[in-house]
Structure formats: structure tokens, C-alpha cells
Write a protein that binds this ligand. Structure first.
Ligand code: CAA
Length: 257
């Protein structure tokens, strides 16, 4: 299958998906999101694959949702399209998902990394939820999963004051499994995926489901509320100003309206 915004490969029993929108720093447009979910579902059905790795480039995992695609959308547009609803399919993938993260991992990029079951980070990885700079909040579970992963104090700083975590901090705050040199982060993730793929498949599937149940119970409701709040902010002048300012490469002027 050929895709426009991602590349897929197999490494032993690991299915690898690489984001491939370098000019937009792998920002998630509709096409990339649909292709990612489709490729994951295909690997999930493929008996020769036991686990999947999602990665970007050494420079950037992903810079988040495509700001240019949504800058002029109204709240009603956002709610009717329910663009972020597609991530519910990612959460239904049965095989283990590992994010191999290097460079920027921001906004929706960080949210997708957190939807994976494990994160292997390169020393250059930087994790953040910069939506506040655009006059909005995370909309793909970021507020909910961050609060659970790193705790309230750090999550709050990240969500309402754009604190960015270095790879070492992300490790210290339990956001990632391990930090390795940039030369080997992808190999490490593929090795881990192959190790897991060699284990008893039904027990792996069950283990993933149960650990996620511990982590994600009650999260669905919170994530649905978050998504609505994210869409609602598209009725504000500040969202229009924030996203326009990003595109025009200037500082936004907030009005609180
Ligand atoms: N959407 C669309 N385009 C993006 C983008 C995004 N999220 N991030 C970067 N780009 C584009 C830039 O507009 C630029 O395009 P042009 O060359 O056409 O001007 C190109 O990618 C390169 O970006 P920069 O010149 O900005 O690169 P940099 O190295 O100076 O900065 C960066 C890198 C710090 C990651 C910066 O690009 C940035 O801050 N990006 C936006 C990050 C962000 O706000 N993400 C949150 C998005 S909202 C979201 O994800 C909501 C959600 O929860 C669903």
C-alpha cells in the first residue's frame, strides 16, 4: 500500500510507521491522521507483525495538529467534522505500540506518543503541549494522559504555561521508558518491539489491555470533555488570533474574547 504522508516498513516482527511530512514538521493533517490509523489497523491484522513502532525524523516526531488546516474553522465546523474522533480507532489497536521520539514532540504529537503503550526517547527529544500559545488547549487526551503520567504539578505547567520537558525530565517524570542517544533510539524501539513480538501473543494482548485499563479507566469521559472544550474554543477570537499569529510568525494579542 502506498501512502502520501507516512512510510511503512517491516523489521522482523515489528511494523514501523514513519511520519513523512518534513516540510510541515510532520504536522497532523487529515490525510496523515487517516493514513496512520489505517496503517496501524493493517499491521494489527497482519499475523507476521507482533508490535508496532511509530516514529518521525531525528529533528521532529511531530509538531502537533496542522494549525493551517484548522486556523479558520468555527466551533461548529470542529464539532461536525469531529476531526480528533479518529484517535478513538488508535486506542482500539490490540498489539503493542511504541513511540520512538526524537526532537520536537508537541501538541497532538505528544498526545499520540502518549496514546502509545511505551515511549523510547532520543536525548534530543522535547515534549510539550504548546496549544496555550494558540489560544486553545490540547484536544486529543493531552490534559488527561499528561496529568496521569507526570502528575498534576508538571501537567499544569505544561498545559497552561507551555513548559517543555527535556528527554531527561520526561524520563524522571515517568513520561518515557528510556532515553538513549539519537543514533540508536529507533533501533532500540525496534528491538523492544521485536522482543515483545516474540512473547506469547495472547498474554501480551491481555497485558496491554489490563495495564491500559488501570491507566485509562475514567479517562474516556475526561478525554471526551476535553475534546468538546477544545472544539468550543474555536468560537473565541483568541483562537483565531493565536493561530493566525503562528502562521504570520508574530506574537499574538490576546483579548480574552
Ligand atoms: N501545523 C502546521 N504547520 C506547522 C506546524 C503545525 N503544527 N508546526 C510547524 N509547521 C510549519 C511551519 O509553519 C513552517 O512552515 P513554512 O516553512 O511554510 O513557514 C514549517 O513547518 C517549519 O516550522 P518552523 O519554521 O516554525 O520551524 P522551527 O524550527 O523554527 O520551529 C517548532 C519548530 C518549535 C516545532 C515550531 O514549528 C512550532 O512551534 N510549531 C507549532 C507547534 C504547536 O503549536 N503545536 C500544537 C498544534 S495544536 C494541537 O496539536 C492541538 C491538539 O491537541 C489536537
Amino acid at each position: 500500500m502506498s501512502y502520501s504522508f507516512i512510510l511503512t516498513e517491516k523489521h522482523g516482527k515489528a511494523g514501523l510507521i514513519r511520519f513523512n511530512r518534513p516540510d510541515a514538521l510532520n504536522a497532523f493533517n487529515r490525510g496523515l491522521m487517516a493514513e496512520l490509523v489505517q496503517a496501524l489497523e493493517d499491521f494489527d491484522k497482519d499475523d507476521s507483525v507482533g508490535a508496532m513502532v511509530i516514529t518521525g525524523s531525528d529533528r521532529v516526531f511531530a509538531a502537533g495538529a496542522d494549525i493551517k488546516e484548522m486556523a479558520s474553522a468555527s466551533a461548529i465546523d470542529m464539532m461536525l467534522e469531529d476531526k480528533l474522533g479518529i484517535w478513538d480507532r488508535l486506542r482500539r489497536i490490540k498489539k503493542p505500540l511504541i513511540a520512538a521520539v526524537s526532537g520536537w514532540c508537541l501538541g497532538g504529537g505528544n498526545e499520540v506518543a502518549m496514546m502509545c503503550d511505551m515511549i523510547i526517547a532520543s536525548e534530543t527529544a522535547k515534549f510539550g503541549q504548546p496549544e496555550i500559545n494558540l489560544g486553545v488547549i490540547p484536544g486529543s487526551g493531552g490534559t488527561q494522559r499528561l496529568a496521569k503520567a507526570v502528575g498534576k504539578a508538571i501537567a499544569m505547567e505544561m498545559v497552561i504555561n507551555n513548559r517543555t520537558l527535556s528527554a531527561e525530565e520526561a524520563y524522571r517524570f515517568s513520561l518515557v521508558n528510556r532515553v538513549v542517544p539519537v543514533e540508536v533510539y529507533l533501533d532500540e524501539a525496534l528491538k523492544l518491539a521485536n522482543e515483545i513480538a516474540a512473547r506469547a501473543p495472547l498474554a501480551v494482548r491481555s497485558g496491554k489491555e489490563m495495564v491500559n485499563q488501570a491507566f485509562e479507566t475514567f479517562l474516556e469521559e475526561g478525554a471526551a470533555d476535553e475534546r468538546r472544550a477544545f472544539y468550543f474554543l474555536f468560537s473565541s477570537e483568541d483562537q483565531k488570533e493565536g493561530m493566525r499569529a503562528f502562521i504570520e510568525k508574530r506574537d499574538p494579542e490576546w483579548k480574552g474574547r
